[in-house]
Design a protein around this ligand. Sequence first.
Ligand code: BMP
Length: 228
Amino acid sequence: VKIIIIALDPPPNVDEVEWIENRFYELNGLVSGFKIGLPAVLKNGLESYKRIFKDYKGLLIADFKLADIGDIMSMSAEIIKSYGFNAMIAHSFVGYSNAIDKLSKKAKDLGLKLILVVSMSHEGSKEYIDGHLNDFLQIAVKANAWGVVAPATRVDVIRNVRSKVGKDIKILSPGVGAQGADFGSAICNGADYEIIGRSITGAENIKEKATQIIKTIEERVKICRGLQ
Ligand code: BMP
């Protein structure tokens, strides 16, 4: 079972396209999918990524964290689709009416998976975002979201999300590795996927590092699920 999604965020001072292409070829058979964020596209646009990911059958997530009125997010969704993505991430704090409702309908029409941020992995998530977790989860359920993002750095939040959304919504969880949470901790607490960036993409031997981390996760999950 593939359980990780690679966050492709090229560091400064590299050729973004080459950096991504190299990591895609190294990792593509090992992982569930890839997530592309703003650092990858702000300089060079999306054109080259369309070529790199052409024919890729895994998850290809556009992580531009859309947060706008519904009509404008829907325009972005059309462009996201046209570049070959099959999933996109939006913030839920914009609310349902004339925002996520429209985006959700557009996602359905386009065949794009909609993933909503309901909590975040950094400290500041506790300042405002986490106080609205229940509201955001209601939006995710109403919008028929394919998935939600919840933090590996606070596994109590993942447990809470899982207890409220049931099994139907995927939980994608960043925060393991570079941000300090243990590999496997998110899945052990109810997440479906761990999103991993720098601890794999910054390694000297990317493939070896990914293989090692996946093994660590699998072993930890076996133990926490009581299969060993
Ligand atoms: P890393 O493993 O390098 O910390 O990468 C985590 C990835 O997850 C980054 O692409 C970041 O944008 C994303 N992310 C996050 O870290 N926390 C969140 O709450 C939501 C995210 O999308």
